[in-house]
Design a protein around this ligand. Structure first.
Ligand code: BG6
Length: 475
C-alpha cells in the first residue's frame, strides 16, 4: 500500500523551448517562443496583444540558448539515469523538424538530433514521453496564416505527426499531442501563435483555434494508432480544481463554470464530442464554429488513451465582484486561499488539492492518468560547488507524492507515472527567468544569460533517487 504499482513511470519533465537553446542551429527555423523576450514585454507578447514577429537588439530572448540541452543532452540524460529515471518527458521543437512548418521535406538534421536524444535515453532504459507541441509554432506559419486561427494548421500538424510517428515508431511509445491545451484561452500566442486585431471577437478566434487543435489532436491519434497500435496517446491539461470561496451556491456555481472552461478541451479529447454546456456557451457569446464535414466523426472515433496533466496548485473563485484580492497562479487568475501557503512567485501550495484534482479527473473520464508536471519554482542559493540545500523543494514534492499515493492506493485512481517539472533547471515559461528554478540539477546561468552552464546536483537529487529506488515507499 505504501508503494506505487510495478512499472510506475518515475521521471522528470522538460520542454524544448525552455531547455534546448541552439535556436537556429542544425537548420532550425524560428519558433514563436524565440521571439518572446524576457522582461516587461513578455506578457503582452504571450497574450497576443503585442506583435513581435522578429527578434531585435533591445530585448533578451531566453530561449536562444536556454540551458543548451542541445549540446549537453548526453550529460543531462546521464544524470537523469543516475537518479533512476524510468521516463523522460521532453518536447520536439516543430521548427527543428519543419523549419518553416510548411516545408515539402523535413529537416534531416533536426530528426537526427531527436534520434540521438531518444537513443541516449534508451541506452539507460529510460522511456521517452514526447510532447509533440509544447508552446511552439514555426514563426513562418504565424506570419503566413495566423497560426492556429487557420484550418491549414491541421494539415501541417498532421504531416509533422506522420513524419515523427514513422521515424520514431520503435523508439517512442508515449506521446502527448498539445501541452496544456487549455492554455490557449489564457496565453493565446504561446498556446496557439495567435495575435488579435483591434475590435475582433477574441473568444471566437480562440475557440476556432481550439477546434483546429482538437481536430489535429484526434487526427494525430488516428495516425499514431495506424502506424503503431502499441502507441499510447495522451491529452494534456493545465489542471487544478477550482474551489468556491464560500458555500454560497453562487460561488459553487462559479467554481463549476471555471472548471468547465478547462475541462472543455479534455471533454472533447476524451469523450469525443463537444459537451452541451460548451455549445450553449458558444451561442451566448456569438461563436459559431466553422466545422468541416467529417470533423465530428474524427473527434468521436479518435479519443485519447490516457489523460495527462500538470498540477501546481488548486484555484479559488468567487461570484462576488467585491472579493478581488487576486494572486498569481500558473497564469490563471485565482483568489488567495487563506488556508494555503504560497511560493515566492505567489503560486499557492496545496498537496491535498492534487488528490482532489486526480479524483475529479478520474471520475470524469475513467481513463489512466499521468502527472506530467508538478513542482516548486524557487530561488536557490548554491555554494561554491553549485550544491543547493533545497529542503523546501523536497518538502513540496514529498507532500505531493504522499497525496498522489493516497489517490492511487486509497481511492483507486489509475496512474501511469509522475514526471516533476523542470527536473533540471530551465527557463521559466511565464516569466522568462532562470532564477525561478524547479530542478534536482542546478544549472549555472542567471536571468541575464551569464553563467558557465555547469550542472551540479542539489540535495533533492539524492532524495528523489531514493524515492524512485523504493518505488515511492521512502519519502
Ligand atoms: C506549465 C508549462 O504551465 O508550467 C511549463 O507547461 C512551465 O512550460 C511550467 O514552465 C511552470 O511554469 P513557470 O512559469 O514557472 O515556468
Amino acid at each position: 500500500m505504501n508503494k506505487l504499482p510495478e512499472g510506475f513511470l518515475w521521471g522528470g519533465a522538460t520542454a524544448a523551448n525552455q531547455c534546448e537553446g541552439g535556436y537556429l542551429e542544425g537548420n532550425k527555423g524560428l519558433s514563436t517562443v524565440d521571439v518572446i523576450p524576457a522582461g516587461k514585454d513578455r506578457f503582452p507578447v504571450m497574450l497576443g496583444k503585442m506583435n513581435m514577429f522578429e527578434c531585435d537588439d533591445e530585448h533578451f530572448y531566453p530561449s536562444h540558448e536556454a540551458i543548451d540541452f542541445y549540446h549537453h543532452y548526453k550529460e543531462d540524460i546521464a544524470l537523469f539515469a543516475e537518479m533512476g529515471f524510468k521516463c523522460f518527458r521532453m518536447s520536439l521543437a516543430w521548427a527543428r523538424i519543419f523549419p518553416n512548418g510548411d516545408d515539402a521535406e523535413p529537416n534531416e538534421e533536426g530528426l537526427k538530433f531527436y534520434d540521438d536524444v531518444f537513443d541516449e535515453c534508451l541506452k539507460y532504459g529510460i522511456e521517452p514521453l514526447v510532447t509533440i507541441t509544447h508552446f511552439d509554432v514555426p514563426m513562418n506559419l504565424v506570419k503566413a496564416i495566423g497560426a492556429w486561427r487557420s484550418r491549414k494548421m491541421v494539415d501541417y500538424y498532421e504531416r509533422l505527426c506522420e513524419v515523427i510517428f514513422d521515424r520514431y515508431k520503435n523508439k517512442v511509445k508515449y506521446w502527448l499531442t498539445f501541452n496544456e491545451i487549455n492554455m490557449l484561452l489564457h496565453l493565446p500566442f504561446i498556446g496557439a501563435g495567435l495575435t488579435f486585431e483591434p475590435g475582433e471577437n477574441e473568444e471566437a478566434v480562440k475557440y476556432q483555434a481550439a477546434h483546429h487543435q482538437l481536430v489535429a489532436s484526434a487526427k494525430a491519434t488516428k495516425i499514431a494508432h495506424a502506424i503503431n497500435p502499441d502507441f499510447k496517446i495522451g491529452c494534456m491539461l493545465a489542471a487544478g480544481n477550482t474551489y468556491a470561496n464560500t458555500c454560497a451556491p453562487e460561488d459553487v456555481w462559479r467554481s463549476m463554470e471555471k472548471d468547465r472552461e478547462n475541462y472543455f478541451f479534455i471533454d472533447v479529447q476524451s469523450r469525443g464530442e463537444y459537451p452541451n454546456y460548451a455549445k450553449k456557451m458558444f451561442e451566448r457569446h456569438n461563436i459559431s464554429l466553422k466545422m468541416e464535414e467529417g470533423d465530428e466523426e474524427i473527434l468521436k472515433n479518435n479519443t485519447v488513451d490516457f489523460i495527462s496533466f500538470s498540477y501546481y496548485s488548486s484555484r479559488l473563485t468567487s461570484a462576488d465582484p467585491k472579493v478581488s484580492a487576486e494572486t498569481e497562479g500558473n497564469v490563471f487568475a485565482t483568489l488567495k486561499n487563506p488556508y494555503l501557503k504560497a511560493s515566492e512567485w505567489g503560486w499557492q501550495i496545496d498537496p491535498l488539492g492534487l488528490r482532489i484534482t486526480m479524483n475529479s479527473i478520474y471520475d470524469r473520464y475513467q481513463k489512466p492518468l499521468f502527472i506530467v508536471e508538478n513542482g516548486l519554482g524557487a530561488v536557490d542559493n548554491p555554494d561554491e560547488n553549485g550544491y543547493v540545500e533545497d529542503d523546501y523543494r523536497i518538502e513540496y514534492l514529498r507532500e505531493h507524492v504522499k497525496a498522489m499515493k493516497a489517490a492511487v492506493n486509497e481511492d483507486g485512481v489509475e496512474l501511469m507515472g509522475y514526471t516533476p517539472w523542470g527536473c533540471i533547471d530551465l527557463v521559466s515559461a511565464s516569466t522568462g527567468e532562470m532564477k525561478k528554478r524547479y530542478g534536482f540539477i542546478y544549472v549555472d546561468k542567471d536571468n541575464e544569460g551569464n553563467g558557465t552552464l555547469k550542472r551540479s546536483k542539489k540535495k533533492s537529487f539524492n532524495w528523489y533517487k531514493k524515492v524512485i529506488e523504493s518505488n515511492g515507499a521512502e519519502l
